[in-house]
Each structure stands twice: as structure tokens, then as C-alpha cells.
Ligand binder design. Structure first.
Ligand code: TXA
Ligand code: MG
Length: 332
């Protein structure tokens, strides 16, 4: 049983605490304490203009953080919180700039994980926060540009003793980050998805009865250190063969039953269901990163809305560094 009292003590003293959520592990600080939040940026090596998500114990806790609550925000919070949905709303004036990256908006979510919720509630009950603002600011608990952690071990491997407490809640049940929806543009504008995530846009559209704007191709953000390229299943055997013949150590990540046929140093087969695949993806990338390969080849996922978030994450991870494979394969 996690020592919540100790975790709360650390947070209230301005220290960092890593904790599990249903999506990925977060690296938390008292969101009302600018010095504490600055530590997150320092330890992650994160640029100051990348704002953080504030985690709340329940939907009632969100009014102090925002200037106004659009009706769509209320409806989404009611339907999907606790859950893998982050709402971007106009910020209240006293929200620390370091949390919002100086922007006029703030990102909020209530995570659906018992450990996270118990921590958030214990923090609130202890009188944590300041000036009516009570929440835990937490990005994914990885260094900037690295793969998000879905197990406590991933966090410890990444940061060692640099974080005073990592609460171990086992593997994250969802395994891929929350969907971020921007509602800050006001009632006249369509909700805009800033990051695809675990909650499908179709569910948001169905609830609100409006179309939502999907993100433009996302920029690369968090990737394994080993270059990753997506390759169609039909081409995988020959690409593996070619790169292995060149003396490269290849790690493959597939969901079709073809792994045994592939010439590779390390092979991982994930489930062929998109949700189960997503749950296992980051752990697989951590494993392949640790296997000392020169390149990771991931089987291209189906061009189907159910696979949209996974495809987005694989694209995010993708690099052009694998000696010309992409140009030759042109497989997407
Ligand atoms: O599932 C998740 O969302 C996890 C867990 C720990 O809650 N958190 C997470 O945080 O993925 P992070 O910091 O790795 O990604 C948060 C994203 C960043 O891309 C950031 O730019 C965006 O949220 N974001 C935060 N505040 C924003 C704001 N006010 N406006 C637009 N984007 C914002
Ligand atoms: Mg992240």
C-alpha cells in the first residue's frame, strides 16, 4: 500500500513525486507552487514553453483554475472524468505561468486510477495547494524526447535517485496518453483535438453532437533512442534480411504472426487489437531500446480509425535515420 502521507508531505515541501495514472506515469509537483513546478522542467530537461497538465481529484475542483467553463467542458467532464481526457480552457489569472508556459490557457484532467485519485484526494485534504488552487501538475515521467513510462521501473531507470519517491501502481492499464481537447476558443468554435490519445474523437463528437477538429500531423516528440521505422508486413522479411546482412542489429515490433520468420536480434509481437497494442507499446519500446539494436522496425498498423492513436505514436517515434529504408520502402 503506497505511503500517501509521505507522498503528500513531499509534495507540500515542493518536492517531486512520480505516480501512476491509467495512461502513463506522471512526474508530479504542487501545481500552485512555481518553484516545485520549475523542478519538473529542470529534471526532465523540458523547454519552458511546453505547458503541463494539472491533475485534479474530481470535476468539482476545476473552477478555481479557469476563467469560465464552457458548456461543452462541463458535458465532457461529466461524461469522461475520471478518464483519459484533458481539457484546455481559459486559465484563471492566478494560475502560475510556469504551469501554462505563459499561455492564456490551462490543461486539466481527472485521472482514472485509484492510486492517482487517492494521492490527489490526500493532497487536497491535507490543505495542499495555495490560494484556492489545488492540483498536481504532471507531465509524463520521462526525460524530454524519450518514451513515456508505463511501469514504475521505467521511471526509475530514467531518473534513478533524482526523484525522491516513485509510487509503484503496477503497469498502466491504458498505456497511451490522454486525448487533449482545446475548448478555449469559445462557444462559436469547434472543439479542437491537440493530441490524439486514449479517448477516441468519435466519442467526443457523439457526446457533443458536433464535429471536432483533428490535429494536423503531429510533430515528433517522444521517441525511443533507437531509430524506428514503420514497414509493411509484406516487406518486413526482406528489409530485415537486408539490414542484417549489412551487419545491423534489428529489433522488430509486429502484431501479425510473422515474428518467427524475421531475421532480427530482438522480436516482439503485440496483440492485434488496437487497445491492447496501445497498452503494450511503450513497454515494448523500452525493451527494444534496452536490447542494444541499431534500428527498430515496426509493422505498419492498419489504416483504420481504431488504430489512429497508435499510428500517430508510431509516426511520432519514426526517424529517417535507418539508412534509406523509408525512401526505398515508401510504404505509407
Ligand atoms: O495521459 C497524459 O496526459 C499524461 C498523464 C501523466 O496525465 N500526461 C502527459 O503530459 O502526457 P505531457 O506533459 O507529457 O504532455 C502534455 C501535453 C504537452 O504536449 C503539452 O504541450 C500539452 O499537453 N499542453 C499542456 N497544457 C496545454 C495548454 N494550456 N495548451 C495546449 N497544450 C497544452
Ligand atoms: Mg509526455
Amino acid at each position: 500500500m503506497p505511503d500517501y502521507a509521505h507522498a503528500v508531505e513531499l509534495l507540500r515541501a515542493g518536492e517531486l513525486v512520480a505516480f501512476p495514472t491509467e495512461t502513463v506515469y506522471g512526474l508530479g509537483a504542487d501545481a500552485a507552487n512555481p518553484q516545485a513546478v520549475s523542478r519538473i522542467f529542470a529534471i526532465k530537461n523540458r523547454p519552458a514553453d511546453h505547458p503541463l497538465i494539472v491533475h485534479l481529484p474530481d470535476a468539482n475542483a476545476f473552477s478555481p483554475w479557469v476563467r469560465s467553463i464552457p458548456s461543452a467542458a462541463r458535458a465532457l467532464a461529466e461524461a469522461f472524468w475520471p478518464g483519459p481526457l484533458t481539457l484546455v480552457l481559459p486559465r484563471a489569472p492566478n494560475v502560475p505561468d510556469v504551469v501554462t508556459g505563459g499561455q492564456e490557457t490551462v490543461a486539466l484532467r481527472v485521472p482514472a486510477h485509484q492510486v492517482a485519485l487517492k494521492l490527489l484526494r490526500a493532497f487536497a485534504r491535507s490543505g495542499g495547494g495555495c490560494g484556492g488552487l489545488c492540483g498536481i501538475a504532471a507531465p509524463s515521467a520521462n526525460r524530454f524526447g524519450h518514451v513515456s513510462p508505463t511501469r514504475a521501473e521505467h521511471v526509475r531507470e530514467e531518473f534513478g535517485d533524482a526523484i525522491p519517491l516513485v509510487i509503484d501502481g503496477g503497469p498502466c492499464p491504458v498505456g497511451i496518453e490522454s486525448t487533449i481537447v482545446d475548448l478555449s476558443r469559445g462557444e462559436g468554435f469547434a472543439p479542437r483535438i491537440l493530441r490524439l490519445g486514449a479517448l477516441p474523437p468519435e466519442r467526443i463528437e457523439a457526446l457533443l453532437g458536433t464535429r471536432v477538429e483533428l490535429p494536423k500531423a503531429s510533430q515528433k516528440s517522444e521517441a525511443p533512442r533507437t531509430p524506428l521505422t514503420a514497414v509493411k508486413a509484406s516487406r518486413l522479411p526482406e528489409v530485415c534480411e537486408k539490414l542484417t546482412a549489412e551487419g545491423k542489429k534489428i529489433g522488430v515490433l509486429v502484431f501479425s504472426p510473422i515474428d518467427a520468420e524475421l531475421r532480427a536480434q530482438a522480436r516482439l509481437r503485440l496483440p492485434d487489437d488496437p487497445e491492447a497494442y496501445a497498452r503494450a507499446l511503450y513497454d515494448a519500446l523500452h525493451t527494444l531500446d534496452a536490447a542494444g539494436c541499431d534500428a527498430i522496425l515496426a509493422e505498419s498498423v492498419p489504416d483504420d480509425p481504431r488504430w489512429r492513436t497508435v499510428a500517430d505514436r508510431l509516426r511520432d517515434q519514426e526517424t529517417d535515420q535507418v539508412s534509406g529504408i523509408r525512401c526505398q520502402e515508401s510504404d505509407r
